[in-house]
Design a binder for this molecule. Sequence first.
Ligand code: G3H
Length: 539
Amino acid sequence: MKDIVLENKTNDLFPDISEIPERFCLKSPVMQREYLINGELRLWDGEMQEIRSPIYVTTTSGIVQPVIGSYPLLGEKESMEALEAAISAYDNGRGRWPSMSVRERIACVETFLAEMLSKKEEILTLFMWEIGKSREGALQEFDRTAEYIRNTIDAVKSLDRSSSQCVKEQGILGHIRRAPLGVVLCMGPYNYPLNETLSILIPALIMGNTAVIKPPKLGVLLHYPLLSAFLTSFPPGVVNIVYGEGKQIIPPILRTGKVDVLAFIGSSRVAEKLKSMHPKPHRLRSILGLEAKNPGIVLPDADMELAIRACVQGSLAFNGQRCTALKILFVHSKIAGKFLDGFAEQMDRLKCGMPWEEGVVITPLAEPDRTVFLNELVKDAKKHGALIMNRSGGFVQGNLFRPTLLYPVNEDMRIYREEQFGPVVPVVPFDDIEIPVRYIIQSSYGQQASIFGKDTGIMRKLTDILVNQVCRVNINCMCQRGPDIFPFAGRKDSGEGTLSVSDALRVFSIRTMVTTTDVQGNKEILAGIVRGSTSEITD
Ligand code: G3H
């Protein structure tokens, strides 16, 4: 296939291929033919999906998006085989993996972590070339994921210790423990492909479940170096990975009714479809991280410098492609002028460029049509009276969209409600606090909000309202998921279930108990029965 030539574009952005430092280059395209099912790396000889980088480079034939690899487009047959492998490894809870002691499962996860750490550089390079994430952002995501796995190991140890005790109440002795749920279907997103896949997969595995993973459509290749790590770290069938068109390979496995847990990070539209495919939806436990439209409210007494800094970072880190990004700002009209001036200035100073450049914030967008969508939102906002408030706003090169500040935004504009998931920041002026409050109440989303101000009386009242609308209210700081020991959840269309290091262990398990009456002899019998499940964790 020929390279795509970027036509009629001036190029002061995309590097000449020969100028890219060697350590940031892909040694060769990743032509992945293997897929992992039942402890075997099988070779695919069918149709492949070619992947082009979102990064354009200048070559002798023009400005092109280089081919960085390809992956197998598996079909229904292979996805059913993956499901069967996970079902048989679980074997109704009698399989080797769910029967293992927690200590043994921890050992497997530790082996996996060591393997993953040995692949760090390879994965970081793929992050840049495949989804355009800055090297710094990729490094943060990688290290955060490793830390998440370590913390999960610690959390499962303490959970295991605390569930090794018998409880006595009203003459009944009970031994309560957490048991796995069965087969988990794990589907992470493209913006945090490593972190949000492993932060659902590892807790699910460590609790004794088996899994089928479907990597996101973008950000597939960066999982390739982990294939051998999964293979060598876990018993056959515990981890199975399928690739291909979601529409083809996911419905058949959900329709069997044999998936016990759906762990999905993506859009509510897709989540709804997936859930409805299960023949007995009440049997399917869902852990969902979905879209959001987190608002920032800037009150008239806000510390201007702090509010601007936090709002710029909160709305534009990784091009605004975070589910937790600030996606609409309500700014009191008394201070709107000053806020916009400061915001526009900082926004125009953000470094736009290639992912490996130091200090870069705005990079090429991973999704091929995202710039078109963002352009439509900007055009629509302008039609309804908004202006672009910063110098470089609205300017597009290839798939790099320069950060764009829109003001004054009102409810007739699409950007008022639609999640932009890109570097466009809409600002709504308000005089009455009921304006942002009503917006949040009427919103389809309920993940987080940020409030900037100083008057504790007003902020307390506002917080009291918002805690019943969203799952985290951030005072004088941006919205974010971390630290990962904090609960991460969403109301309405923003999510289902709560994730954190310790919550994830709970959502991927169920409490089950063995009881007896506290009469002569039963205590010893109970102790004898549950001995095998008592904690062996000593450190
Ligand atoms: O896309 C959603 C991510 O979980 C956001 O995580 O807030 O730590 O960047 P973050």
